[in-house]
Each structure stands twice: as C-alpha cells, then as structure tokens.
Design a protein. Structure first.
Length: 433
C-alpha cells in the first residue's frame, strides 16, 4: 500500500480528532487580529479563539460562503481582506475557473503552497503513484489553479512530471507515448475526449504504458458508468479526487477503491449539514459538505459551504487509513438539482445512464418551458459507425429513471462542444416559448 504520510493516515479516529483540534486552535490564534475577514466575522458572532475547546465547539463559528468571499474582494479589492499576512508574504496567485461569474482570486504564501502540494501528494499516493512513475498533466497552465498543485504533489513523491500545455489532443497523445507516461491527470471529460481523438486519428492507446488516471474538476470519476468508460478506454485504473481553488485538494480515492473518496483529515475538518436548515446531519445521511482547511493560514476558509452533496462513512477501509470517506465520492451539487415535471433531476444521475451506452461520444441536456410545460431535450452525438437507433434505447432508460420521457435527439459528428477542463452539459432556460 502506498501512503504519503503513513503516520497520520493510519491514526485511529480519536487521535485524528486530537490532531485536528490542535491544528484548528493554532490556526485560529494566528488569524485573530491579523486576518480582518475572519476576525470581523468572529467578533460579530461573539466568538473568540479561546472559546473553541473541542471540535464540537466548531459549530459556534459562523459559516462562510463563496459569495461572501466574492463580495469581500469586490469591496476590499482587488484581493479582499481574507489575507492573514502582508502582500509581500505571498508567492502565488491563482483564481477559480470563473465558469459561472467573476473568478475568485486566491493567494498563497510559500508555506500554504507547500501545504497544497502535500495535499496533492496524498491524492497521488492514494492512486499508487511513486517515484518510478511519469505523470502527465493534460492541462494548459493559466491562472486557474487546476493541476498546478498536482505538479507540486508529483515533485514531493519524486515522480517525473510531464507538462502537456500548449498542445492539441493528438500532440498530447504522442507526447505521452514518446515519454512513456504511466499516470494521466485531467478531468474525466478530457480523458474520454483524448480516447475519442485517438480513435478518430488511428492512434493506438496501448502504445502508452498508462496504468492509472487521476481526475478532478468534475464528479465523473465517481459516476460508475463514466468510470468504467475511462478504464475501458485506457486499460488503466481510474481514480477520483475532489478539491477547490479556495479550499485545497481535500479528498482522494485509494487503491482499494471502497466505493468512495477519503477526506485528508489531517488537513481538513468536514461537517455535513442539511442545505435548507443548516443543521448537522448524522453519518450515512446525505447533506452539504462544510469544510475547514487547517494548513492554509495565508488564505484560510473555516466552515466553508462547498455546495457539494456527500454521505460520510466511518467504516474501516482495507487500505489501512483511518480517514473517513465520502460514500460514492461527491454525489452532486446542492444547487445542481432541478425539478422537471415534479421530478428531482441530478445531472450526475443522467450522465450515469447515458455513459452506459458505449456508442455515445458526447451529449448535452437542455431544459426549457414549452407552452407552460417543462421539456427536457437530450442531444446525443454518437461515435463513427454507431446505429442512430440507439437513441430510442437511451430514451427508454431515461424514462424509467426519471418517470417522464425526455426528448432524445441524434445530432451529427462534432456538433456538440468538447471540453479540456470543466464540462458544461446541463443548460436550463425556462423562458416560455
């Protein structure tokens, strides 16, 4: 079994809790009076660092939302007041992808960037990555934090790092082959896109000695049908990971793959709440993940509402880690669910059905209102030579799952957009037509 920090990863639950409390108290003492954002939040809530004596006391702290951080940067621009140290202490500036609005700027000191890299080292070691591997990052290195931190994680493990920026998909495939890449890091969508390009140009994927693919940015690697598609295409084991620019790399799938992802509990504290009431829900029940990072003192987030839906499982894992796991990984987004004709529809559930059909290369879903009635249109792009009649079978499967029949259409080759990073396949426009 491959660990990054076996001493902490295999701690019993009570020792993990003690370590978390120690780190939480130390961080809060550091932030108090230095970090204006959290000092003001805590003073308003009537809480001081000395009031947090147990992990149960964490619930006394106010929740933090992304909209708060965005508003803070708009008011105290350009970088906001969630900075614990003078600007001269910071060495890295990244930002969120900005797919749904103005991106959030995220600063790191040398210490917190080192912490971010250690978190990613947990992710890669969980997938069995060692110094003997050659890790390919299929990523264009811009300000989005993306796989920048994966580079640091690979460096800490001593693996060879192969950057794939500035190349199209075919060139990336050729570079992987020529350098003997054994591990691929990219979004689940892009792993399938690379396989599609390989098929189109006659590139033999078996010429790449790939043994593992590690994914982030989307929940696809925990969606069973998508996971199987990736593993079948690459003849490799597919691993999921979850993180966010403002939080850090917080969970990973271990080599035993017990049906979920481990939280790096030595570096994060997780709570699960009812997204409607904000009240805690017990282990085994689905709720919104609230997370506190413990090592990013320069740009901390405490009790941060992620919007991700999870179910916590404390059962022991055969990998030997004491870390809790999220059953099924990230199950979706609290704000992703939409109601269509009285039915709750989750994009991840729809994807799990569509990806079971190997004839499908890409898809897009549109929800609109036609004569006061919701309609769901599913556009399907098939691989070369596939029988277009398969769309009827897809419609039947979706009908069974959703209890209403969406309109499923076959579209021509290369009609639908392709994505190198986060895919956006679900579109809602309820303006009446």
């Amino acid at each position: 079994m491959s660990y990054f920090d076996q001493a902490t990863e295999t701690l019993p639950r009570e020792r993990i809790a003690a370590l978390q409390l120690q780190k939480l108290q130390a961080m809060m003492n550091e932030l108090w009076g230095r970090n204006r954002f959290y000092t003001n939040k805590w003073k308003t809530a009537g809480v001081e660092p000395g009031d947090i004596r147990t992990l149960d006391d964490l619930a006394r702290l106010p929740l933090t939302t992304k909209s708060e951080l965005m508003e803070d940067q708009a008011t105290n621009g350009p970088f906001g007041s969630n900075l614990t140290y003078p600007l001269e202490a910071y060495v890295r500036l990244h930002q969120t992808s900005g797919t749904t609005g103005v991106p959030l700027k995220v600063f790191d000191t040398a210490e917190s960037w080192d912490w971010f890299g250690r978190c990613w080292a947990h992710v890669l070691a969980g997938a069995g990555v060692t110094a003997s591997d050659r890790v390919f990052l299929a990523f264009s290195f811009g300000p989005f934090i993306g796989f920048w931190s994966a580079l640091e994680g690979a460096r800490k493990l001593g693996a060879v790092l192969i950057p794939g920026g500035g190349r199209d998909s075919q060139q990336r495939l050729e570079l992987m082959r020529d350098t003997g890449a054994s591990v691929l890091c990219c979004t689940p969508t892009y792993a399938l896109r690379l396989a599609e390009v390989a098929r189109e140009v006659g590139f033999d994927l078996s010429s790449i000695p790939m043994r593992a693919t590690v994914h982030a940015g989307e929940p696809g690697a925990s969606i069973p049908a998508t996971k199987r598609r990736i593993e079948d295409a690459w003849s490799s084991k597919c691993f999921d990971h979850a993180g966010a620019s403002e939080i850090g790399a917080y969970s990973f799938e271990c080599e035993h793959q017990p049906g979920g992802t481990h939280l790096i509990e030595s570096e994060f504290i997780a709570e699960v709440i009812d997204p409607a009431t904000g009240k805690a829900v017990p282990p085994g029940q689905r709720g919104e993940l609230v997370i506190t990072n413990l090592g990013r003192w320069g740009f901390p987030v405490l009790r941060y509402r992620t919007g991700d839906l999870v179910e916590v499982n404390h059962a022991p894992c055969d990998c030997g880690r004491g870390f809790l796991r999220f059953e099924g990984g990230i199950l979706g987004r609290a704000d992703d669910m939409i109601t269509v004709r009285g039915v709750n529809v989750y994009p991840s559930g729809v994807e799990n059905i569509i990806r079971k059909f190997t004839e499908v290369d890409e898809f897009r879903i549109k929800v609109s209102r036609v004569r006061q009635m919701d309609e769901m249109d599913v556009e399907i792009e098939l691989c070369e030579g596939a029988d277009p009649e398969v769309v009827h079978a897809i419609a039947e499967k979706l009908d069974t799952m959703l209890a209403f029949r969406p309109r499923v259409h076959h579209v021509g080759r290369n009609v639908l957009p392709r994505f190198d990073m986060k895919a956006r396949r679900f579109h809602v426009n309820r303006e009446t037509s």
